[in-house]
Design a protein around this ligand. Structure first.
Ligand code: CA
Ligand code: CA
Length: 209
């Protein structure tokens, strides 16, 4: 078989894996996500790559009952959460001025009434980037928070169990949010070698003294 043919087959095989959408929760198919911070919808371990959550929350005109969506998920050992990306956000009223709320907590529950225990929380929606555009990097917004008290965190979220809560108070909002996981990189042999050389260097310096 010519090399070009083998390469073509390899490329065809690799393509579906490169564009694969892992776990998906669509409220119209998989059911309404929980509205109870003490009993979130249990998602389980997120798949490697993109995990899409889509649904609606709030209520038209802000008339109660307001739909909250809360889900619990686990980042597997050896992985971390590298992104929470907003891929869809539209208000039923057509308003472009909406600001919704989101919060994340460690563990199996999230307290709706006490933000002190939240890992982070903040407003999100239209206009968050200051130019009238949707600010799509929700993880960066949470990283920059908490906006309303809470613990705070830096960088990608490590493996563990988390509960995520989104809430809209004045409209009905349709959303699509991607949770992206990736393997925690292991040091490359080259950098290990460098560390080894650096270690020997410091040892030599110490011995010389
Ligand atoms: Ca919902
Ligand atoms: Ca709900």
């Amino acid at each position: 078989m010519p090399v070009s043919r083998i390469l073509a087959i390899l490329a065809a095989l690799a393509l579906p894996f490169g564009s694969v959408q892992a776990l998906t929760w669509d409220e119209t198919i998989n059911g309404e996500l929980s509205g109870d911070g003490n009993a979130p919808t249990l998602i389980g371990i997120l798949d490697p790559g993109v995990n899409l959550f889509s649904g609606t929350m709030g209520a038209l005109g802000g008339n109660p009952p307001l739909d909250a969506d809360v889900w619990n998920f686990t980042i597997a050992a050896g992985y971390y959460l590298t992104g929470i990306n907003l891929v869809d956000y539209s208000a039923q009223s057509g308003s472009l001025a909406n600001e919704s709320f989101m919060a994340i907590a460690n563990g199996g529950t999230i307290d709706f009434n006490d933000p002190l225990g939240h890992l982070s929380n903040t407003l999100w929606g239209y206009g968050q980037d200051g130019f009238g555009n949707i600010y799509v990097d929700l993880l960066a917004l949470l990283d920059a928070g908490p906006q309303f008290a809470g613990i705070g965190f830096d960088g990608p979220l490590p493996s563990g169990n988390y509960t995520f809560w989104i809430q809209e108070g004045s409209d009905q909002v349709s959303y699509g949010i991607e949770f992206v996981t990736a393997p925690v990189p292991v040091p490359e042999p080259g950098s290990l070698l460098l560390l080894g050389v650096a270690g020997m260097w410091s040892l030599r310096r110490r011995r010389r003294r």
